[in-house]
Write a protein that binds this ligand. Structure first.
Ligand code: ATP
Ligand code: MG
Length: 420
C-alpha cells in the first residue's frame, strides 16, 4: 500500500503489517503487528507510509480501494485526536452510523494516552460486549478494531431489546454503570455507546435526560443530516461527525437474528434448573411475598372478574391473580387493585438472574412456574447453574422466546404487574 491510500476491508480478515505503518480504528499498526476484521463487519484502513501488508481473507471477505475523498476516517481522526478522552464520552447516533466503531476508536485513543479505560455498551438491541437486553461494561486493556472483541465483565439486565417503554430505568442503570466504572475500576476515561433510538420525541427526552444525568465531558454525535439537533440543542461540548458512507446496514430481520444468536450464545450449554421462589424470589413481581387467598375469596374474586381464578395472592392493596385464558386483567375490586395474569403468562419469558448488587449473573428463559411447589423451572447456562449461590432474584424480562431462542413477542404486559 502506498502512503495515503485507503482501503475498505470486509471480514473475516486478518491484516499483518510486514513493513511500514497502517492506520485503523484510531491506531497505527507497524512492523509485525496485526489486527482482525470480524465477519460481516467492515473497516476502513489507511497506509500512513508506504507499507507491505499481508492480508488473510476468510470466506466472503472483501478488499476494496477507496476513492480519494470517499472515506471519513481522516475526518473522524482529526475530530477526535484534538480532544482529551478523559471523563465520560457519550456516543450518539442512529442505527448503522458507526457508533460501535467510534466507541472502539475513542477507547483506543484513551488507551494510547495511558488512561485506564472502561467501555459501556448501553445499546440493548445490538450489544457488542454482552448479551442482548443488557447494558454491559468492560475494561479496555488492548487495542481493538471492533467492540465485539471485548467481553463484558459486568452486565445489567434491562429486560427489553428496545428502550421505548422503559427508558427512565435505562437512565438510572446507565448512570449506575458509569458510576461503577469510575469508582470501582477507577477508570479515567469512560466511553459510553448508546442505542440508535433517536428520532421520536420520547427518544429525544430520553437522550437528553441521560446527558443531564451523566454529565458527559464530551458528546460525540454521528449525524447523517440534522436528525440529532433536538438532542444536541443547547449543549456546547459536542463533536459532530458524519457516518461512514459505505457502512454496512442491517435489516430489522438481520438484527433480530443477531439477537437470537446472542441469547443462544449466552444460554450455553443450556441446563434446566428448578428454583425455589421463596429462596430466590422474582425481583419485579412479588407474588409469593403475598398472602395466598383461600377458596372463598378466590370465588368472590372470580365472580367479580367473570373469570376462573386459579391462584390469588394479596400483597398490600394489590391482588395478583392467576386467571384462566390468555388476557391480562387490571381492575379495581372492592378497594383492591387486581392484576390478573393469564395462566401461561410466564412461559418463554426471558429472565435475568441477578446478584446482590443487581448485576447480571446470567440470562435464562422461564419454562413454568409451579404455584403449589412455589418453584420455577428455568433454562439457563451451566455456568449460571454453578453460580446459583450468587443469584439473589430473578427479574422477568419483556421478551418472549421459543425453544430455539427465537423472539416470539414483546411481553410488555409484564409492566402492568411490576412492582418496582
Ligand atoms: N469507515 C467504514 N467504512 C465502511 N464500513 C464501516 C466503516 N466503519 C464502520 N463500518 C461498518 O459499518 C457497520 C456499522 O458500523 P457500527 O457497527 O460501528 O455502527 P453502529 O451505529 O454501532 O450500528 P448498530 O446500530 O448496529 O449498533 C459495521 O459493519 C462496521 O464494521
Ligand atoms: Mg453498535
Amino acid at each position: 500500500m502506498k502512503a495515503g491510500e485507503m482501503y475498505r476491508i470486509e471480514g473475516p480478515a486478518k491484516v499483518v503489517v510486514r513493513r511500514g505503518r497502517i492506520y485503523a480504528t484510531g491506531v497505527e499498526y507497524s512492523d509485525g503487528q496485526s489486527f482482525t476484521v470480524l465477519r460481516a463487519r467492515s473497516l476502513a484502513v489507511r497506509a500512513v507510509t508506504d507499507s507491505e501488508v499481508e492480508l488473510v481473507l476468510g470466506p466472503g471477505a472483501l478488499l476494496e480501494k477507496a476513492e480519494p475523498g470517499e472515506e471519513i476516517i481522516d475526518e473522524w481522526e482529526a475530530g477526535i485526536s484534538t480532544v482529551d478522552p478523559s471523563g465520560v464520552i457519550i456516543v450518539v447516533g442512529m442505527i448503522d452510523v458507526g457508533k460501535s466503531t467510534m466507541t472502539a476508536m475513542l477507547g483506543n485513543k484513551a488507551l494510547a494516552r495511558g488512561y485506564r479505560v472502561a467501555v459501556i455498551d448501553a445499546d440493548v438491541g445490538q450489544n457488542d460486549l454482552g448479551p442482548p437486553t443488557t447494558i454491559s461494561l468492560a475494561r479496555l486493556t488492548r487495542y481493538v478494531t471492533h467492540l465485539r472483541q471485548l467481553v463484558a465483565e459486568k452486565s445489567i439486565f434491562l429486560q427489553a431489546t428496545s428502550l421505548e417503554r422503559i427508558w427512565p430505568r435505562a437512565v438510572e442503570q446507565i448512570a449506575r454503570a458509569v458510576e461503577y466504572a469510575r469508582r470501582v475500576w477507577r477508570a479515567d476515561s469512560v466511553i459510553l455507546n448508546t442505542d440508535g433510538w433517536v428520532l421520536d420525541e420520547e427518544a429525544v427526552v430520553f437522550k437528553r435526560q441521560l446527558i443531564e444525568k451523566i454529565k458527559p465531558s464530551l458528546i460525540v454525535a454521528i449525524q447523517v443530516e440534522k436528525e440529532l439537533a433536538p438532542i444536541l440543542n443547547g449543549y456546547s461540548n459536542v463533536l459532530i461527525l458524519p457516518p461512514p458512507p459505505h457502512a454496512r446496514s442491517r435489516s430489522r430481520e438481520d438484527r433480530k437474528i443477531h439477537r437470537e444468536m446472542g441469547y443462544g450464545r449466552y444460554i450455553f450449554p443450556p441446563v434446566e434448573i428448578a428454583v425455589s421462589l421463596d429462596k430466590i424470589p422474582i425481583c419485579n413481581l412479588p407474588i409469593f411475598k403475598g398472602i395466598e387467598m383461600g377458596e372463598e375469596l378466590r370465588k368472590i374474586l372470580s365472580r367479580a372478574l367473570g373469570l376462573g381464578v386459579e391462584k390469588a395472592y394479596q400483597v398490600g392493596s394489590r391482588v395478583y391473580a392467576i386467571v384462566e385464558g390468555d388476557t391480562w386483567v387490571v381492575r379495581k375490586v372492592s378497594g383492591f387493585q387486581v392484576i390478573g395474569l393469564p395462566h401461561d403468562f410466564e412461559r418463554g419469558l426471558l429472565v435475568g438472574l441477578e446478584d446482590a448488587e443487581r448485576f447480571l449473573v446470567g440470562l435464562g428463559v422461564v419454562k413454568k412456574i409451579y404455584y403449589d411447589k412455589r418453584k420455577a423451572i428455568i433454562y439457563t447456562s451451566s455456568d449460571v447453574e454453578k453460580r446459583m449461590g450468587e443469584v439473589k432474584c430473578i427479574r422477568l424480562g419483556l421478551v418472549r422466546l421459543d425453544d430455539n431462542f427465537n423472539e416470539v413477542e414483546k411481553a410488555m404486559n409484564i409492566l402492568k404487574a411490576e412492582s418496582e
